[in-house]
Design a protein around this ligand. Structure first.
Ligand code: IDP
Ligand code: MG
Length: 140
């Protein structure tokens, strides 16, 4: 196993309900370290670019509106197998399918307002981290 970094976003449904600390505890209890974190309001252009891979999907416009409906917490998580590990801690995209104890099972409101984003592979993790963080912000 290798130490990896992955991008996490605590989404507006969760920041609105003051769940940042509870979600961070899931990451830390799951063996991941939060090595960078900042709370921001995304612009429409940033959300569209970030989710550009989903541009042709029917839910794209709603997803962008949701992601700019309130502040998000951008994070870099680090640990052994962090990319896959974070996806396990998050749970399935649709909370109806998420396993017991996962963030989405416990906190998600819907398939769209599902509380967290996590990178899905090494290349997207590197791209997504670089999209939101400068090298100087990553101290490990
Ligand atoms: P992921 O976040 O589990 O990687 P993706 O398929 O990459 O899931 O979708 C990105 C985000 O788009 C999801 O987290 C969710 O917020 C939203 N989304 C995905 N599928 C649907 C859908 O069928 N309806 C509404 N929103 C969706
Ligand atoms: Mg995804």
């Amino acid at each position: 196993m290798a130490v990896e970094r992955t991008l996490s976003i605590i989404k507006p449904d969760a920041t609105r309900r003051n769940l940042t600390g509870k979600i961070n505890a899931k990451f830390e209890d799951g063996g991941l370290r939060i090595v960078a974190q900042k709370r921001v309001q995304l612009s429409k252009a940033q959300a569209e670019q970030f989710y550009g891979v989903h541009r042709e999907r029917p839910f794209f416009n709603d997803l962008v509106s949701f992601m700019i409906s309130g502040p998000v917490v951008l994070q870099v998580l680090e640990g052994e197998n962090a990319i896959a590990r974070n996806r396990e801690i998050m749970g399935a995209t649709n909370p109806a399918n998420a396993a017991e104890g996962t963030i989405r099972k416990e906190f998600a409101e819907s398939i769209e307002a599902n509380s967290v984003h996590g990178s899905d592979a090494a290349d997207t993790a590197a791209q997504e981290i670089a999209f939101f963080f400068a090298g100087i912000e990553l101290v490990g």
